[in-house]
Design a protein around this ligand. Structure first.
Ligand code: ATP
Length: 196
């Protein structure tokens, strides 16, 4: 099974790319979605997080995901503390999924994650694909989703690894600044180049 990591900044088109591969049979692990699900279902992790951040992340003595997001995205330090608690557990989830999909003889596994290089997740992958888009376009796409304000989007962007550094780390880069049809065409060409 070929293990591919798809990464990129907020609104770059990672999940759109992952969906393209899912539609042609790949197995997808969306790190953000799976990490949130794991946190909701794992009280030991919730307690570790409450111990680290205190009352700033609780409501009625329970972990509030909304408050946690506010705290974790307030500064690099807070984000690193949260990542230090979350990532080892997410890493195990990814490894287990890889084993499961490998046993089922799947051909392509995709890790869809914004922070592949920051978390050193590339070491368990065969290759990495960076989806790169201009900042203004990414902001417009993220605003359209309506779950975050401009300031929150810009703040989250400022906490992500800068694009130039991601480009140095990635095995392959696809630009996604045009229409969806062009993006799909680039993904199709890239898929053909994979050794699967
Ligand atoms: P995030 O990290 O914020 O979850 P992402 O990198 O996974 O973002 P997507 O969710 O794939 O990005 O894309 C963000 C939004 O932009 C989606 O609504 C998607 O449909 C849209 N989008 C992506 N690429 C294009 C494109 N080339 N043309 C038009 N819309 C696009």
């Amino acid at each position: 099974m070929f293990k591919l990591g798809i990464t990129g900044g907020i609104g770059s088109g990672k999940t759109t790319a992952a969906k393209y591969f899912e539609d042609i049979g790949a197995k997808i692990f969306n790190a953000d979605k799976e990490a949130k699900k794991h946190l909701k279902n794992t009280s030991s992790l919730q307690h570790k997080i409450i111990n680290a951040f205190g009352e700033a992340v609780t409501e009625n003595n329970k972990l509030s995901i909304k408050k946690l997001a506010e705290v974790a995205f307030s500064s690099k330090i807070e984000q690193e503390i949260l990542n230090g608690l979350m990532w080892p557990e997410v890493f195990i989830l990814i490894e287990n999924k890889i084993k499961e999909y490998e046993a089922q003889k799947n051909k392509l596994f995709i890790l869809d994650a914004a922070m592949i290089f920051e978390g050193n997740f590339e070491h368990i992958l065969d290759s990495t694909l960076l989806i790169s888009s201009k900042k203004e376009i990414r902001i417009k796409r993220a605003l359209k989703r309506r779950n975050l304000h401009l300031e929150q989007i810009q703040n989250r962007m400022s906490l992500q690894m800068i694009e130039a550094d991601k480009k140095k780390c990635a095995d392959y880069i696809i630009e996604n600044n045009g229409i969806l049809e062009d993006f799909h065409e680039s993904l199709k060409k890239y898929h053909k180049s994979l050794p699967i």
